[in-house]
Ligand binder design. Structure first.
Ligand code: BGC
Length: 738
């Protein structure tokens, strides 16, 4: 970005700041004397545990105050505003505080890849690369930086709770929210989301993980019943949550819209109580997805703690149910205690939010850096990349509004660029233009743009250029699924024609999920850039010209065709199925259609492995501008088996290799052929070797035994495999484990 643009942004941010709501609005105002009194209350003693502090507050609460803690108070645009709407901060919801006891309002905002709807709220936020892109980094430290930035920007905007933390497994890659999630492997996804949450919450916001559980498609999400075996659920979708919760310790878990095995997730005792609270000992609160609550007595008994965004079931109805004994007081106490506990544990009581100006420049820097770690180099025939800035004289930039910006994912995750608020599901392009970013790398070269609308004109420009770079896109959003994985708007034909005109054609994809590539053999270079965030174009240019050596690996399989998916045909609601509003707002609602996840354990690469089906690009795959060699595998059995090996940079550039460890379980375990159990991202200079040692959590080697309702390690021979992708595993060793 040029200096004047930067200046403009800084001025814009400060002007917004001047006109924004003062810090104290959105929190209850208190007088000094009251504040002093509150400081002296026993629960304000920070040396007590969060549980002790929550218990002390709970004892002081009236029935009405307890009820206040367990429901929302509306969301802008969701029905008629309530009289206390002025207490909100413009976000997706809020829970009133208990001012007399020093308990603040919980101000919630969506924050998948940045703080949502900042424009509506008159504020500015950084858009990071989409979550699936962040999973492509395979880097817990990068996930931590991602969370920390969002945590800081939430607080700067007056929020103290995030609704980010999506980790639904990519079981159905056409799911319109795939960009909000962390890919198809539960151990990778869980580890990364956990690190994101840990660091987000360390900024003193209540963390969240969602959508619990098996909300793996958007089609009919409010009325679908997911049918899945307990074993498959525990080893796939729930394992991602289990790991994420254990690493990140989020204050909240958001239950999902769909039903699982007959009961809506937000009134599903198996999910909320048996697994989450009893087995995993989750001490925080369960918050319903927006309008995902369907009952009072059943939901409360099942373990739902907080209804959002209204109080349809957890307001007067809950109060009456407690008074009549249908809901025991102890149960309401548990809901309220959990909310309070998360307020103390996250630090929002001890560190009240104070609105401030977001660090725009700092955010750009982090967004660019994270995207550089997220871009996957999928193909590099004849080393067409990195582009040689000494010799390239002309470049054709084609398609996808590359003259003006980069794409972002829509729905409640949408982060707005500066300017007026965008409509729901409007396609939003961030003003960081690939054309400009590429041109800046080669000041002497002719860099020209063609919109791609007319493939002939694009091909003509490509023909007259040394190199053609086609930007391809596939937009996704909450509330819809993709009909297939093809690039929309005739882009396949555009790419074919450009490639026919110029053999030096590179495709850069901006997508939130896998795309099919009928033209793959005709293209020299392919980058998957995902939705790349506020500084995506700069990051893409840095990779194209080799200022950054790509190191990301696919967190999901790219299949050859939707025909190869476990369910070639997306399951959609039958005609006449209850619509969203009907299902969401009706007590005693029932799911109206089912999707049967009978592929069970075989999610993503596990499906293609088991079916022996070739793929376009496998899970864990990604190239670099250097090469790596693997040797010396040694597996030491034990409680947490230890895996050690050497990785060597055998090329001429410094780089980072994600070294991946997979295991094939004994045949008697009845598992797909292999699973990822660990990895390490290793920085290596040219010629350098490093010894890598990874110890493997025994759960990652275990299966879920439905009969015993617990994890068990099946005794027998385990094959450990190590390499740079799920389909390139040069090292192998068998060990017996008991
Ligand atoms: C989405 C959630 C989101 C909530 C609040 C729902 O429609 O499914 O992910 O946090 O709205 O905006």
């Amino acid at each position: 970005m040029h200096k004047p643009d930067r200046l403009l942004l800084a001025v814009f941010a400060s002007v917004l700041m001047l006109f924004s709501i003062p810090a104290a609005v959105g929190q209850h105002r208190l007088h000094n004397a009251e504040e002093e009194k509150i400081k002296s209350y026993p629960w304000m003693n920070q040396s007590l545990s969060s549980d002790q502090r929550a218990d002390l507050v709970l004892k002081e609460l009236t029935l009405d105050e307890k009820i206040d803690l367990v429901h929302g108070n509306g969301m802008p645009g969701w029905g008629k505003p309530r009289p206390n709407a002025y207490l909100g901060n413009g976000g997706a919801g809020f829970v009133v505080g208990i001012p007399r006891l020093g308990i603040p309002i919980i101000q919630m905002s969506d924050a998948a890849y940045g703080v949502r709807s900042s424009a509506e709220n008159g504020r500015y936020s950084t858009a990071l690369p989409s979550n699936v892109g962040s999973a492509a980094s395979w880097d817990p430290q990068a996930a931590c930086e991602y969370g920390a930035l969002i945590g800081r920007e939430l607080r700067a905007q007056g929020y103290n709770m995030t609704l980010g933390g999506g980790v639904n497994i990519t079981r159905e890659p056409r799911n319109g929210r795939t960009f909000e999630y962390m890919g198809e492997d539960p151990i990778l996804a869980g580890t990364l989301v956990g690190n994101r949450i840990k660091c987000e919450q360390a900024q003193h916001v209540i963390g969240d993980i969602k959508h619990y559980a098996a909300n793996d498609q958007e089609s009919g999400r409010n009325s679908v019943n997911v049918i899945i075996s307990k074993r498959a659920l525990r080893e796939t979708d729930l394992l991602a949550f289990e790991i994420g919760i254990s690493i990140g310790q989020p204050g909240a878990v958001m239950c999902s819209y769909n039903a699982v095995n007959g009961d809506f997730a937000c009134e599903n005792k198996y999910l909320l109580t048996d697994v989450l609270k009893d087995d995993w000992k989750f001490p925080g609160f369960v918050v319903s997805d927006w309008g995902g609550t369907h009952s009072t007595v059943k939901a409360s008994a099942a373990g739902l703690d907080n209804e959002e965004p209204m109080d349809e079931f957890y307001g007067d109805k809950l109060k009456q149910a407690v008074q009549s004994g249908q809901v025991p007081m102890a149960q309401l106490d548990d809901h309220a205690r959990r909310v309070l506990r998360s307020e103390f544990a996250s630090g929002i009581v001890d560190y009240p939010t104070q609105k401030s100006v977001v660090d725009v420049e700092g955010g750009f820097e982090i967004a660019r850096k994270l995207e550089e770690q997220s871009i996957v180099l999928l193909k590099n025939a004849n080393n067409i990349l990195p582009l040689n800035r000494e010799s390239v004289r002309s470049i054709a930039i084609i398609g996808s509004h590359a003259d003006s910006g980069v794409l972002s994912g829509g729905g409640s995750a949408q982060v707005d660029p500066p300017g007026p608020p965008r409509r729901w599901q409007e396609h939003v392009w961030f003003p960081n233009a690939p054309l400009k970013a590429v041109a800046a790398k080669v000041p002497g070269a002719k860099v020209q743009f063609d919109s791609g609308e007319n493939p002939e004109s694009a091909a003509a420009l490509a023909k007259n250029s040394d190199v053609a770079i086609v930007f391809a896109h596939q937009w996704e959003s909450e509330g819809m699924d993709l009909p297939n994985l093809s690039l929309p708007e005739n882009q396949d034909a555009l790419i074919e024609q450009v490639a026919a005109a110029n053999p030096h054609t590179i495709v850069v994809i901006e997508s939130g999920t896998a795309v099919t590539m009928p033209w793959v053999d005709k293209i020299s270079g392919i980058l998957e850039a995902w939705y790349p965030g506020s500084k995506g174009a700069d990051a893409i240019a840095n990779v194209l010209f080799g200022d950054v050596n790509p190191s990301a690996k696919l967190p999901m399989t790219f299949p050859r065709s939707v025909e190869d998916l476990p369910h070639p045909k997306l399951v959609t609601p039958p005609p006449g199925a209850q619509g969203r509003a009907a299902v969401m707002r009706t007590g005693e609602a029932k799911p109206t259609f089912s999707v049967n996840y009978d592929e069970g354990l075989k999610v993503g690469y596990k499906w293609y492995d088991a079916e022996k089906q070739p793929v376009l690009f496998p899970f864990g795959y990604g190239l670099s501008y250097t090469t790596y060699g693997y040797s010396g595998l040694k597996v030491t059995p034990g409680n947490s088996p230890s895996v050690s090996f050497e990785v060597k940079n055998t090329g001429a550039r410094a780089g980072a290799e994600v070294a991946e460890i997979y295991v094939a379980l004994p045949a008697s375990a009845n598992e797909p052929p292999k699973r990822l159990v660990g990895w390490s991202k290793v920085q290596l200079n040219p010629g350098e070797s490093k010894n890598v040692e990874v110890s493997i959590d025994p759960k990652y080697l275990s299966i879920f035994d439905e009969g015993a309702n617990s994890w068990k390690l099946v005794p027998g021979s385990y094959t450990f495999m190590v390499g740079g992708s799920s389909q390139d595993l040069p090292l192998k060793q068998n060990v017996d484990l008991k």
